[in-house]
Design a protein around this ligand. Structure first.
Ligand SMILES: O=C(O)CCC(=O)C(=O)O
Ligand SMILES: [Fe+2]
Length: 254
């Protein structure tokens, strides 16, 4: 809950159109100051103090899945997202008009809001292989970055289905930023993060969202030395199974 001493929330755009990444296929939006430093710290504390069993350790990265893993591409309808993943992120997301026709970016999704959130932790030199997010989700992805900056690469599949190893674009994500990708960008392109300790050759010419960055001067030398970055990936899972509520407490996570 906000208290009288909290700094004011960031000024959000009147419409996402103001923050469109113009050089990308439809559609992508970047808001550098989506949450405050205090909100960032509060979320990071919640991530750190989550029960150990919440973490799934991969080779170079670990992740938490909220409210639970998908089963056969469906969300088991046991619990909503916890409050610390809803406030302030989801309420703020839903408060931003996407365009004149869309009251918010989830206006036409089945549940009208994200019902699922992945928390990924990337120490320096870790990344995620190029991939598509698949058909379990409504094609809108909202990613909040915490802790450190890094580049997300976007790739096009070649006509024969193989991956072109050179990314077509890079999006630089600063801490406290929100990146929204949707539409063609969701369905036709792959995304990934290089497993490197620093992003190099960063400039107006090589970073798609350069003009929307909070502090491009920080990357003036063209380099971003990575720290540990935590990302929150919000999506609307299309299928929600009622099984969870039938199984009741047996199905509850720690
Ligand atoms: O951490 C990110 O920004 C990307 C995560 C991602 O692509 C995914 O979880 O599908
Ligand atoms: Fe992904």
């Amino acid at each position: 809950m906000p208290t009288p001493t909290d700094p004011p929330p960031p000024r959000l755009p009147a419409s996402l159109e103001e923050n469109r990444i113009a050089s990308l296929p439809p559609r992508a939006y970047y808001i550098a100051d989506f949450i405050t430093e205090e909100e960032e710290q509060a979320i990071l504390r919640k991530v750190e103090t989550a029960p150990k069993a919440r973490w799934r350790q991969l080779t170079h990265r670990r992740l938490q899945t909220w409210p639970s893993d998908l089963v056969k591409n469906a969300l088991i309808d046991s619990q909503p997202l916890p409050d610390w993943l809803q406030q302030p992120v989801v309420s703020r997301l839903l408060s931003m008009p996407a365009s004149a026709e869309e009251p918010n970016i989830f206006a036409s999704s089945p549940h009208g809001r994200p019902n699922h959130c992945l928390v990924n932790e990337y120490p320096p030199s870790s990344g995620i292989m190029p991939h598509k997010d698949g058909n379990a989700y409504f094609p809108v992805v909202c990613t909040v970055s915490l802790g450190s900056s890094l580049c997300l690469n976007l790739y096009k599949s070649k006509d024969d289905g193989a991956l072109d190893p050179e990314p077509m674009w890079r999006i630089l994500q600063e801490p406290r930023s929100l990146l929204i990708t949707a539409g063609d960008l969701y369905t036709d392109y792959l995304h990934g993060i290089d497993a490197i300790s620093q992003d190099v050759n960063l400039s107006e010419l090589t970073v798609a969202n350069w003009n929307l960055l909070r502090s491009p001067s920080q990357f003036q030398g063209g380099e971003n030395k990575r720290g540990t970055r935590i990302s929150l990936t919000y999506r609307d899972v299309l299928k929600v199974s009622k099984l969870g509520s039938k199984l009741g407490p047996l199905f509850k996570w720690p």
